[in-house]
Design a protein around this ligand. Structure first.
Ligand code: A2P
Length: 279
C-alpha cells in the first residue's frame, strides 16, 4: 500500500437527497424560479408537489443541523428530465430568505415523494378546464400546461392569474408564449394545440389592461364576457385552484353555488384545490 491509499479522505459533506441547481431566474424582488437535476427514480404526475429545502442553521448548543423543508409544486411537466420550481422570496421567511440566494451548482434537498390533488386523475371528464392562480400558485399549472394530457382531455383551457403587480405575471406569460414553439407538444398534440388556450391575467395593485381580483370579475360577469364563455357549469367545466387561503375559500364557495363538487384522488369530481406555498 502506498501512503496515499491509507490516508483517510475527508468526506465532503453532502446533503441527504441532494440535487444540483442547473438554472436560476429572478423575475421581481419577490419572485424567482430555478431548475435542478431530477433523481432517476422520481416519477410524478404533472401538478403534484414535493418537499424541498436546505440544511437548517446549526443548533446553537449541539451544533446539529436539520433539513428545513417546505412543500413546493413541481412546475416542470412529468416528462422533463430536470425539475423546475417557482418560488416567492420572503425577506424573513425561514427557507426562502436563504433559498433566493442559490446559484447554479449549489445543492438543494429534495424528498422524492410526490403528492397532490391538482392532477388530471382527480377530475371527471369535461369540455373546458380552468386554472385559477394567484402569485406563485401558477406553479402547478406551469407543469400541467406542458403536459400533453391537458390538451388531449379538453377542448379549451382557460388560465386566470391574479397578481399584485405586472412583473409578477412574467413567468406565466413567458411560459404560455413558449408553448407556441414547443416542438414536443406540437408533434404530440398537433400544430395549433396552443390555440385551445385562453389566458386571462389580472393585477390588483398596479395598472394593467385588466385590473381586479378574478373573483370580483367573475361575480360581475365581466370575466365571462371578456372570455366569451358562460359561467362554470358541472356539465362542461372542470377547475383547478391554487392560490392564497382566502382566494381558495372564496372560489370554493362560488363553485358550490355553480353546482360544482370538489374532487380528490380517491373520488374524482368537478374541481380541486391546493394552497400555494407561502414561507
Ligand atoms: P389584492 O391585492 O386585492 O389583495 P398575495 O400576494 O397577497 O398572495 O396576493 C396575490 C393576489 O391575490 C393579489 O392580487 C391579491 O389581491 C389576490 N387576492 C388575495 N385574496 C384574494 C381573494 N380572496 N380573492 C381573489 N383574489 C385575492
Amino acid at each position: 500500500l502506498t501512503q496515499t491509499d491509507v490516508t483517510p479522505v475527508k468526506a465532503t459533506p453532502t446533503l441527504p437527497d441532494a440535487q444540483t441547481v442547473t438554472e436560476v431566474k429572478h423575475y421581481t424582488d419577490r419572485l424567482f424560479s430555478f431548475r435542478c437535476t431530477r433523481p432517476a427514480s422520481l416519477r410524478f404526475r404533472s401538478g403534484e408537489f414535493v418537499m424541498i429545502g436546505l440544511m437548517g442553521e446549526p443548533h446553537p448548543e449541539t451544533g446539529k443541523q436539520k433539513p428545513l423543508l417546505r412543500a413546493y409544486s413541481i412546475a416542470s411537466p412529468s416528462w422533463d428530465e430536470e425539475l423546475e420550481f417557482y418560488s416567492i422570496k420572503v425577506p424573513d421567511g425561514p427557507l426562502t430568505s436563504r433559498l433566493q440566494h442559490i446559484n447554479v451548482g449549489d445543492q438543494i434537498i429534495l424528498r422524492p415523494k410526490p403528492v397532490g390533488t391538482l392532477v388530471h386523475d382527480a377530475l371527471i371528464p369535461g369540455k373546458r378546464l380552468w386554472f385559477f392562480a394567484t402569485g406563485t400558485g401558477f406553479a402547478p399549472f406551469a407543469s400541467l400546461l406542458r403536459e400533453p394530457q391537458t390538451y388531449e382531455d379538453y377542448d379549451e383551457i382557460i388560465i386566470t392569474h391574479t397578481c399584485r403587480e405586472v412583473g409578477e405575471l412574467t413567468y406565466g406569460r413567458d411560459l404560455i408564449a413558449a408553448l407556441k414553439e414547443d416542438e414536443l407538444l406540437n408533434e404530440l398534440i398537433g400544430e395549433g394545440f396552443w390555440k385551445k388556450i385562453k389566458y386571462y391575467p389580472t393585477t390588483t395593485r398596479e395598472e394593467s389592461p385588466k385590473m381586479g381580483r378574478i373573483t370580483d370579475l367573475m361575480r360581475s360577469g365581466e370575466a365571462f364576457a371578456d372570455l366569451g364563455v358562460p359561467p362554470l357549469s358541472p356539465e362542461t367545466d372542470r377547475a383547478m385552484i391554487c392560490g392564497n387561503l382566502a382566494f381558495n375559500l372564496e372560489l370554493k364557495e362560488m363553485f358550490e353555488e355553480y353546482g360544482l363538487e370538489e374532487g380528490a384522488n380517491s373520488r374524482p369530481a368537478h374541481y380541486v384545490v391546493e394552497k400555494a406555498f407561502l414561507d
